[in-house]
Design a protein around this ligand. Structure first.
Ligand code: 7PJ
Length: 272
């Protein structure tokens, strides 16, 4: 899979966790998961992100064997039925290897390849990897996140991980970065990261943003998770305007329209 972006891309989320916060439990049979993928493909998704570990605040860890059992059959089934790049949302080397072996094209790691043998696995698998910033661990990360300067701190972390990946043999053009909205961040931190997202362009790797239906949107609009679409779309537009390259979302059709409008405005030029 090649990451040459001539326009931003929409990544549709497919969680196969019993406890994920926004579609928890709804897609954990293979058939329903495949229906959901079909819908997202029809709505214009460019990539499908499959995750078997819930990283919602307070979530409990899952074993590698259990995560492989959730993810690998689904990757295999999607690969055999749809012609769409598949990303796997995991931090575990064994899950990464098992998923790529059955057809996953890309890795998405909320722990930025810091866990166990993940860095080595990713280097060997030679597929694109998204490195996300998280402060702490899901179980406790929202307790009391502290930064000196949130944008500078997150940029320094991601820059360090890009260097570590390159030192391990992963080419720069296989890397993406993500500030990790909601991962060990207060609302004020999330807002500043979105406001200043353009600064991450200086790291010179594509930027992924996952903001869809998250708590920061809920806190601003004061709505439960199932009523955060409009707020999520506003955040998507702000991210796109500042140069986001991949949008990781639940609501593909709506996001595709926002993307088209942002692209049209970006490409506007003076005409006689
Ligand atoms: C993100 C993610 C994100 C990346 C999740 C949720 C929680 N991967 N995996 N960025 N969030 N790269 O979907 O709300 O923001 S799981």
């Amino acid at each position: 899979m090649c990451l040459a972006f001539d326009r931003p891309m929409v990544m549709g989320i497919l969680n196969v966790t019993p406890d994920s916060f926004s579609d928890g439990g709804r897609f954990n049979t293979l058939q329903r998961a495949l229906q959901r993928v079909e819908q997202m493909v029809n709505e214009g998704a460019d990539i499908i992100d499959i995750g078997g570990e819930s990283t919602r605040p307070g979530a409990q860890p899952v074993s590698e064997a259990e995560e492989i059992e959730r993810v690998a059959p689904l990757v295999e089934a999607v690969r055999s039925r749809f012609d769409i790049p598949i990303s796997v949302d995991s931090s575990k080397a064994g899950v990464m290897r098992a998923a790529v072996a059955v057809g996953a094209d890309m890795l998405n790691d909320v722990r930025a390849l810091q866990e166990g043998a993940a860095l080595q696995a990713a280097a060997e698998l030679d597929v694109p990897v998204c490195l996300m910033h998280m402060q702490g661990e899901p179980r406790t990360m929202q307790a009391d996140p502290v930064y000196t300067d949130v944008v500078a701190d997150v940029m320094a972390f991601l820059s360090g991980r890009v260097q570590a990946c390159m030192a391990a043999g992963i080419a720069r053009d296989k890397l993406l970065i993500d500030p990790g909205f909601g991962f060990g961040k207060k609302l004020s931190h999330n807002l500043l990261l979105l406001k200043e997202l353009h600064r991450f362009k200086t790291l010179d790797v594509p930027i992924m943003v996952g903001i869809s239906r998250k708590g920061m949107i809920g806190a601003i609009v004061d709505k439960p998770v199932e009523r955060r679409l409009y707020g999520s779309l506003a955040a998507v537009a702000l991210a796109l305007w500042q140069g986001a390259d991949i949008l990781r979302v639940h609501d593909v059709a709506a996001t595709v329209d926002v993307l088209k409008v942002c692209q049209a405005v970006k490409q506007a030029s003076a005409q006689n």
